[in-house]
Design a protein around this ligand. Structure first.
Ligand SMILES: [Zn+2]
Length: 173
């Protein structure tokens, strides 16, 4: 099956200077940072493409969902990641600056992978008010964190956020 992120450029070059909206969705497995990664859900790319001379400019957004580990409580958490795209495709791309334009198509995937990887949260939080692990429920110790997280996966959902906020006041100072 051809990649949903491959876009034919024939129409673009027939109408140089015209703005073409292109919306594509598909999975992008393997996009990750240390603490967060894209889920298996589709990423949606919504861009305007415009041919100018021998190049194609692209502006728009890519939207996906991520999952990762909360930096305070270590519970699995998730969220939406949206990134702005503003790129140029050209026949002879400049490494690190522009992307390859093939004879009759371009591939949005490398651009979107790069942009989404940079937009993933470096230090995810399940909630701004997350108070971290229940201090009574888990002994504090780096070695225990992985075990605690594994146990928590089966445990009840995180504590009442009002108490979490109180915990934060108490322990973050
Ligand atoms: Zn948390």
């Amino acid at each position: 099956m051809p990649s949903p992120f491959i876009v034919s450029t024939a129409e673009l070059f027939r109408h140089r200077g015209a703005r073409h909206q292109v919306v594509r969705s598909g999975r992008l497995p393997g996009v990750e940072l240390s603490a967060a990664r894209l889920t298996d859900d589709d990423v949606t790319v919504d861009v305007i493409l415009e041919a100018q001379g021998e190049t194609v400019t692209m502006t728009g957004t890519a939207t996906g969902t991520w999952t990762g580990e909360c930096r305070r409580c270590l519970e699995t958490t998730s969220g939406e990641v949206v990134t702005e795209l503003s790129e140029v495709f050209e026949p002879e791309p400049v490494e690190g600056e522009t992307y390859a334009l093939e004879r009759d198509h371009l591939d949005l995937e490398p651009v979107v992978r790069e942009a989404l990887a940079l937009a993933l949260p470096l230090a995810p939080l399940c909630d701004e008010a997350c108070g971290g692990p229940d201090p009574g429920g888990h002994p504090v110790g780096v070695e225990d964190e992985a075990d605690a997280a594994a146990e928590d996966a089966d445990a009840e959902p995180s504590a009442d956020p009002r108490w979490a906020a109180l915990d934060q006041l108490r322990f973050d100072r």
